[in-house]
Design a protein around this ligand. Structure first.
Ligand SMILES: *[C@@H]1O[C@H](CO)[C@@H](O)[C@H](O)[C@H]1NC(C)=O
Ligand SMILES: *[C@@H]1O[C@H](CO)[C@@H](O)[C@H](O)[C@H]1NC(C)=O
Ligand SMILES: *[C@@H]1O[C@H](CO)[C@@H](O)[C@H](O)[C@H]1NC(C)=O
Ligand SMILES: *[C@@H]1O[C@H](CO)[C@@H](O)[C@H](O)[C@H]1NC(C)=O
Length: 767
């Protein structure tokens, strides 16, 4: 009987499993996901009189039951809807359909910064509040906490005429939530709800209200009003203000607790363009792909064509090379650097050695030394060293300070794990990946984060002492930390993974330990057990550096309303700095050595210089179309990206090198069979055009190169401008020797009239 029984069970299991896989396959076939359907609007069949009828009929032809989530009119022509894979495929084959893109989920990727950026002492150079009040910064993020003082409107005049935005009401948000500062607030949840079901209103508000904090932080960084006596738990006290403190703010909430979906992002961008924003700030990132498959790139193209400046975060996937997102040339891609502010706390070991870490903890301090233990040695799990949830053995942790390695989980979450296991403190140690980068957090128990060297020293002490102990002192706020800025280890790096011939990131801005406004829906750490409420929070990421550049772009826009987005970006890039006042190159905290243009692009933003750049590399929609021709995009791919009918001229030679970008990236080939050889393998010429935005002046070229492998020459070496907006072109010739594949090298080209320096980085890479 017994064996038989086993057999039956086995058969049953087998059937059950097999059944499960058939069901699973069937489920996948029938499961609907959201697609964004791009229609070829200019080629509507004549039988239709109206676009919406045509869109409807195309959808009905593949699915009787599907309805549209959104229709798009500006940045995309078309709609989003839920379809099965089969239905989507069949729709994609119809004429008049440019593309059917599956939904992509995107992720969310300040008191000191105005002074650090030199905005404080040069106020006379900046636009008056009247012209500033004409500029509208659109923030596409998690919404807003409108009651903050950062949205005080008492210094602002009437809302700019022509503004078409709205204050949408919803849960915890009514029309009185908006004012003359926060002039618009909308939310886009149809894609999110289609994927996850109706929003759980006990968890998040179906309205522009920010239940996360990220959106309030980015909005107030870009354009928050001046707030005296701001701080986080006593840290970083001072006057908080956004970069463009007199600009208007419009909120487009497209990110929810479960992420941001491309159908919602597309709708938010579509609406922001129609509302009339001047700047779009997007601190989000997602799947990287060719531009015709990237909703953010597509939306940003049309925004740029409307004269809207779009800045995006570069991503937090550094220091890994080629880890960038948001790399389209019509987007300003922003990496992150540090400020000259730090939050040190002392760590004293039982052997009396003292080290310094950083912390934003402000609760009850340890009164005495306690035993110290390494998480990796208080766990049965290989993830114990990272203090992952459930990995620490309470008997080995209780009453001790636990040393945890950074990575694998959120930094503050590790503290929660330690506390739950009975630990009384935490030292967070950097390993290889993050080097000496110190990110401060508002921990829930006495804690400090330390760099790799200190971490290694503490572990050495742990291994060598039978009764290791430590005490963590209280944190403080320290200003004037040098060197600063340094490139943050987490800041995503080049080369550009989509178009290597365009150097990215474009620029870096402050993104480490930034103080700005916060939501009251969650505590400063954002974790459930954190019941503290704060008006300001200190957080880090390229999400924080992006709105700095968005706000600075608003300042430039107010000073020069006629400038194109490309001109504003050029002004920011060509005036950026790459060295400290001492002349030493900006450092990369990940390596401790000098950073390169693959880390910081054109350099660190210098807003005072950017107001008066002298010359700019401008670019029009035609230039961007020529760029897509140089990429050999088909007419359909160009149309999917730009929503324009454009045929690349067969008579014209389009090259990426001639695309009028303010920086240079020169991919070079390694001659086969002569790896490392010295023979000249290629001569490349790039032509660029400068527009004079200053007074008449004569500019002379200077070249700085760190490589002998490429000879650089510029023709002509002098450019004389006799009028404002006059354009002059020049040609750079690169004579490159063959170098081993994978070699990179850098140079710099500067035009100067003695008053302005118009600088461009040059990155060479041999493949
Ligand atoms: C909505 O408006 C009323 C009256 O104008 C106000 O008392 C209330 O606090 C507002 N609610 C929110 C969530 O802003
Ligand atoms: C860890 O391993 C030890 C020895 O194998 C065992 O006694 C203990 O229960 C384990 N602890 C946990 C938390 O898994
Ligand atoms: C962890 O435990 C091992 C084995 O007892 C020991 O050799 C090592 O030094 C400990 N490491 C630390 C950092 O405490
Ligand atoms: C586009 O095609 C031309 C001609 O075939 C080729 O030389 C060029 O390298 C291609 N460009 C890119 C970016 O692939």
């Amino acid at each position: 009987m017994k064996p038989m029984k086993f057999k039956l069970i086995e058969i049953f299991l087998f059937l059950n499993l097999c059944c499960a896989c058939v069901v699973a396959e069937e489920k996948i076939r029938q499961a609907k996901i959201t697609y964004i359907v791009h229609m070829d609007k200019s080629n509507m069949p004549e039988s239709f009189t109206d676009h919406s009828l045509w869109y409807d009929s195309s959808l009905k032809s593949v699915s009787e039951s599907a309805s549209m989530l959104y229709t798009y009119e500006n940045v995309i022509h078309g709609y989003s809807t839920r379809l099965t894979v089969e239905e989507a495929e069949s729709l994609g084959k119809q004429s008049g359909i440019l593309s059917v893109l599956p939904e992509v989920r995107y992720e969310l990727h300040t008191t000191r910064t105005p002074e650090f950026l030199g905005l404080g002492k040069n106020s006379a150079l900046f636009p008056t509040s009247d012209s500033m009040g004409e500029v509208i910064v659109g923030i596409l993020d998690t919404g807003v906490w409108p009651e903050l003082k950062s949205f005080d409107d008492s210094e602002l005049g009437p809302v700019p005429s022509g503004w078409k935005g709205k204050c949408e009401v919803g849960k915890n948000f009514n029309s009185s939530s908006c004012n003359r500062k926060l002039i618009g607030a909308r939310f886009f949840s149809k894609g999110y709800e289609a994927a996850f079901g109706p929003i759980d209103e006990t968890m998040e508000s179906k309205s522009p209200r920010d239940d996360d904090g990220h959106g309030t932080h980015t909005a107030t960084t870009a354009a928050g009003s001046v707030v005296p006596d701001a701080n986080l738990l006593g840290y970083a006290s001072g006057t908080a203000r956004g970069m463009a403190s007199h600009a208007r703010v419009a909120i487009y909430k497209a990110c929810w607790l479960g992420g941001c979906f491309s159908s919602d992002i597309a709708a938010a961008m579509d609406t922001a363009v129609a509302d009339g924003v001047d700047i779009i700030s997007m601190s989000i990132g997602g799947g990287i792909s060719e531009y015709y498959g990237d909703t953010v790139a597509i939306g940003a193209f049309t925004a740029a064509a409307y004269g809207i400046f779009v800045s995006c975060s570069a991503g937090n996937s550094g220091p890994r090379p080629s880890s960038l997102s948001n790399v389209a040339p019509w987007i300003t891609t922003v990496g992150a650097g540090t400020l000259d502010r730090d939050f040190p706390a002392s760590i004293t070991l039982g052997n009396d050695e003292q080290y310094s870490g950083v912390t934003l903890y402000n609760g009850k301090q340890l009164s005495d030394s306690v035993p110290l233990v390494y998480g990796g040695n208080a766990s049965n799990s290989s993830s114990g060293s990272l203090c992952m949830a459930g990995s620490l053995i309470p008997e080995k942790i209780s009453g001790k300070i636990v040393v945890c390695d950074r990575g694998g989980s959120a930094r503050v979450q590790k503290g929660v794990v330690v506390k739950a296991a009975g630990g009384v403190g935490m030292i967070l140690t950097n390993t290889d990946t993050y080097g000496e980068e110190l990110v401060a957090d508002a921990y829930l128990l006495p804690s400090a984060a330390v760099g790799q060297k200190t971490g290694d020293a503490i572990k050495k002490y742990l291994s060598s002492d039978h009764n290791p102990t430590a005490i963590i002192g209280p944190g403080t706020t320290k200003l004037g930390v040098q060197p600063s800025p340094v490139v943050a280890a987490f800041s995503s790096r080049g080369p550009n993974p989509v178009t290597p011939a365009i150097l990215k990131p474009d620029i870096i801005a402050p993104g480490v330990n930034i103080l700005a406004g916060w939501t009251r829906a969650v505590g400063p750490t954002g974790i459930a057990s954190d019941h503290r409420h704060v008006d300001f929070n200190i957080i880090s990421g390229t999400s924080m550096s992006c709105p700095h550049v968005s706000g600075l772009a608003a300042l430039i826009k107010a000073a020069h309303p006629e400038w194109s987005p490309a001109a504003i970006k050029s002004a920011l890039m060509t005036t950026a700095y790459t060295a400290y006042k001492s002349g030493e190159k900006i450092k990369d905290v990940a390596t401790g050595g000098p950073a390169t243009p693959f880390d910081y692009g054109a350099g660190h933003v210098d807003p005072v210089a950017a107001l008066d750049p002298g010359l700019v590399y401008d670019a029009t929609v035609e230039d961007y179309l020529g760029f897509l021709c140089a990429l050999n995009y088909t007419q359909n791919q160009i149309k999917s990206t730009t929503h324009r009918d454009f045929t690349c001229l067969t008579s014209k030679k389009y090259t990426l090198g001639d695309f009028n970008y303010p920086s240079f990236s020169v991919p070079l080939e390694t001659a086969s069979g002569k790896e490392g050889g010295t023979g000249v393998s290629s001569t490349i010429q790039y032509t660029r055009t400068l527009t004079n935005v200053g007074a008449p002046a004569t500019y002379k070229i200077s070249l700085y190169s760190e490589t002998q492998a490429v000879k650089i020459s510029v023709e002509p070496a002098t450019l004389s401008f006799s009028a404002q907006y006059e354009k002059k072109s020049y040609t750079v010739t690169f004579k490159a020797s063959s170098m081993p594949s994978g070699t990179t090298s850098f140079a710099r080209l500067e035009w100067s009239d003695g008053k302005h320096i118009v600088g461009s980085p040059i990155a060479f890479s041999w493949t």
